[in-house]
Design a protein around this ligand. Structure first.
Ligand SMILES: Cc1cc2nc3c(=O)[nH]c(=O)nc-3n(C[C@H](O)[C@H](O)[C@H](O)COP(=O)(O)OP(=O)(O)OC[C@H]3O[C@@H](n4cnc5c(N)ncnc54)[C@H](O)[C@@H]3O)c2cc1C
Length: 377
């Protein structure tokens, strides 16, 4: 990129950052006004007006490179964290949307990247629905086209998502990524059951049985979805959203203790201090993970191991924070209808991410034999 182009891009990033900050300040002060199982559509629309969705695309496609460059990643981190603060459910859907943009940019053809951009131009959300439901999704060739069969069991934003990147098993080889339309309400199926948290994410199941697709809808080749480091690296974005939930809990904790004139107690101060340490620890891990995800020098195993550890560090910090908040506020933290109560349930649910034991032990196995990479090496 030319120096002049680069400085224009940095200026545009700074402008976007300022717009995002204004949106955040305006929404932060709003009390809970919608039922907890209602999708945060108003916030999603407000987010669109900041240009957040266009910003995800590469600069060549008039975006800000949020999914492509280390500078963009810093702003993406801020975006995910702030959205996580305002709504963990929207954060989950945004994170999925970002994942789709990133995977299509990495593995899709120029034509597919352009087609996705057009599809998302009207403001619809993209979903990443990879977790299979009662029958795993398969893909079979039928003449010049392909037919899908099976159900995706955890499909966030089921009513808002217009196109989903799903995995489908061919007869031979590893899973394929397919971009499939998801606007047929008759294909909706009951989801995993009523989750205790994250209800606003609208997580249901979607039946792809009988859906015909063409080779243009297949992204990359067999096995690309699981290809490292990207497969594990994407977890940093979920951690950034969870960090936003932690930020919100800390604010509510301080606010309520001040209102009840309990903040001066040495016991409460101890917990506030511990809570702040957890928040900053999680933030440092997310930062490290985001840097690793965009690193040009680290080995793929360094990247995946650092991000796996970051994911678990953030999970532990958030769980410890929930315990501290409950201890500090007492029963007041368990009253339905209060933001603090809902955020704790949302956060505890959101923290359930796949295979945490494997993530920890695989990272440990790598760093038993390898030194932690030095920054910039
Ligand atoms: C609100 C919400 C929205 C979601 N939206 C989507 C979505 O849009 N798209 C999507 O694809 N998915 C979605 N998911 C699903 C998500 O990606 C994970 O699949 C899910 O959260 C996994 O959680 P789990 O705790 O059941 O994981 P698991 O991996 O089942 O882990 C549970 C426990 O089992 C252990 N374990 C895992 N594997 C094994 C094994 N083989 N043998 C022994 N122990 C094992 C783990 O280490 C852990 O201790 C969503 C989940 C939530 C909560």
């Amino acid at each position: 990129m030319l120096v002049a182009d680069q400085s224009t891009c940095l200026e545009r990033l700074a402008l976007f950052r300022a717009r995002l900050q204004r949106l955040f300040e305006a929404w932060k002060a709003k009390p809970l006004s919608v039922p907890e199982n209602q999708f945060p559509g108003e916030l999603l629309n407000a987010l669109r007006t900041t240009g957040a969705f266009d910003a995800l695309f590469a600069t060549e496609d008039n975006g800000l490179g949020l999914c492509q460059t280390p500078e963009g990643a810093q702003i993406l981190m801020m975006l995910l964290r702030k959205v996580g603060y305002l709504s963990l459910s929207l954060g989950r859907c945004l994170e999925g949307h970002v994942n789709v943009v990133r995977l299509v940019e990495l593995y899709g053809t120029r034509f597919q990247r352009h087609a996705l951009k057009l599809q998302l131009k009207n403001g619809s959300l993209a979903g990443i629905w990879v977790t299979d439901g009662s029958s795993p999704v398969t893909i079979r060739r039928k003449g010049p086209n392909y037919t899908l069969s099976g159900i995706k069991g955890f499909a966030s934003g089921i009513r808002q998502v217009g196109v989903a990147l799903i995995t489908a098993m061919p007869q031979h080889g590893e899973a394929l990524m397919v971009l499939a339309p998801t606007t047929d309400f008759e294909r909706h199926r009951p989801g995993p059951g009523t989750l205790t948290g994250m209800q606003a994410s609208g997580t249901g199941a979607y039946d792809f049985t009988g859906l015909q697709i063409s080779s243009d809808d297949i992204i990359g080749s067999s096995g690309d979805y699981l290809r490292q480091p990207e497969f594990s690296a994407g977890a940093w974005r979920g951690s950034a959203v969870a960090l936003g939930g932690m930020d919100h809990l800390i604010d509510l904790l301080r606010q309520e203790l001040l209102e009840r004139e309990r903040a001066g107690s040495p016991h409460q101060l101890t917990r506030i201090g511990e809570a702040l340490i957890l928040q900053k620890t999680a933030a440092m891990w997310v930062h490290e993970a985001a840097q690793a995800a965009y690193s040009a020098y680290m080995r793929p195993e360094d990247v995946t191991s650092i991000i796996n550890l970051a994911r678990l560090a953030v999970e532990q910090a958030a769980l410890d924070l929930i315990t501290l908040v409950q201890r500090s506020l007492g029963l007041a933290a368990f009253i339905k209808g209060k933001a603090v109560e809902q955020i704790m349930r949302d956060l505890a649910t959101y923290l359930r991410q796949p295979a945490p034991d494997e993530a920890l032990t695989e990272a440990a196995a790598w760093f038993v034999h390898h030194d932690w990479p030095e920054a910039g090496q």
